[in-house]
Design a binder for this molecule. Sequence first.
Ligand SMILES: [Zn+2]
Ligand SMILES: [Zn+2]
Length: 151
Amino acid sequence: MSHEGIRFATKEEQAREDAENHPLPRIAMTPEKVRVLLTEGKGLEIDWKDGHKSAWSFAFLRAACPCATCVEARAQQGLKPGQSKPKAAELLPMYTPPPKPSSVQPVGRYALQFNWLDGHTSGIYSWEYLRRICQCHECTFVSAEPTGAPN
Ligand SMILES: [Zn+2]
Ligand SMILES: [Zn+2]
């Protein structure tokens, strides 16, 4: 019996293996209906081909921007996609309107691009990414479980 298959995976390798071992079926990454509730300022809703339904607020989506700059900023602050910075006590508390896009456009057949009112437009939200950050009870439970970390 050979032991050469045994090795310790780094956290990053583990995450990559998880994604490879639990690939999403195509049907789970194909939107049946996409609703952008722009006038209401509510957020995005997607009904997927496999019958699953997802909904995100614009605030969540802005804080889950998948562009390299935002991914890096979140990594530095230890934030998960969709988590915003805890509001520190500001010297001059100012009302900041909740994030909202001025427009949303499809990118090919695989993604959406938001033109945020704050001028940020570099995030390309692929269907797969959106499905993976689904905020429904079922999905948040599953994705929160394997870490086993308190908090
Ligand atoms: Zn970004
Ligand atoms: Zn879900």
